[in-house]
Design a protein. Structure first.
Length: 217
């Protein structure tokens, strides 16, 4: 068999490895080369193993694969044990299962779950995007309550925050700020019902929020 010249080996890439120099042969006379890995590691490897793809890195690839497998087992092995997984499953059921009791208010209204949060890697992606669920919160679509479940339109929210984000909670712009009626009620000391009534009567936002309460209100 023709011996492979150094010019065909030194500087050539084998997976993540690049051959830099030839080393003393192995005990059985097989050629060994010193390789530098893309990760910065170095290793002496049999040329035949590198050429046949048996060895593709200094060992970092194997470690990364093992770590990825461990993370996948941790994420996908959660099943029903975590509040995040239960929230994810409930979200899918509301939007995808026409038999679900809440479907008419979600999937039935055209609200969808993004493709990234569905399928084999759906839960892993959901968890990566949303993070762990803080105690006392549930999944909420925000800022667009009528929008889809997707990154950028979801948050973990308290019941109080969700109440302020209901479809019937009108947004009010005043002095360069935007409030829900509930937030305006707290800020300006008027009841939510009064503010809504005043606005429905055609009163300006300023009057609805600042005008003193009179007996006929």
């Amino acid at each position: 068999m023709r011996a492979i010249p150094l010019s065909e080996i030194i500087g050539h890439r084998f997976g993540r490895l690049v051959a830099t120099r030839e080393m003393p042969r192995s005990r059985n006379g097989r050629r060994v080369f010193h390789f530098v890995c893309d990760c910065g590691g170095e290793a002496d490897i049999l040329l035949s193993d590198a050429r046949q793809g048996k060895v593709e890195s200094c060992g970092c690839l194997r470690r990364e694969t093992a770590a990825d497998t461990a993370r996948a087992k941790e994420v996908h092995g959660e099943c029903h044990k975590t509040p995040e997984h239960r929230s994810w499953q409930a979200m899918l059921a509301r939007c995808n299962n026409s038999e679900h009791h809440a479907f008419r208010n979600y999937g039935g209204r055209g609200i969808q779950v993004c493709a990234r949060w569905q399928g084999v890697d759906g839960y892993a992606n959901f968890l990566a995007d949303m993070g762990r669920r803080p105690k006392g919160t549930t999944l909420d679509r925000y800022p667009d309550k009528n929008g889809n479940y997707e990154p950028g339109n979801c948050r973990w929210a308290t019941p109080r925050q969700q109440l302020r984000n209901t479809r019937v909670n009108r947004l009010i712009e005043f002095r360069g700020e935007t409030f829900t009626v509930s937030e305006a009620s707290e800020r300006f000391g008027k009841s939510s019902a009064l503010i809504r009534w005043r606005l429905e009567q055609g009163m300006s936002v300023a009057d609805a929020l600042l005008r003193p309460v009179r007996a006929y209100d």
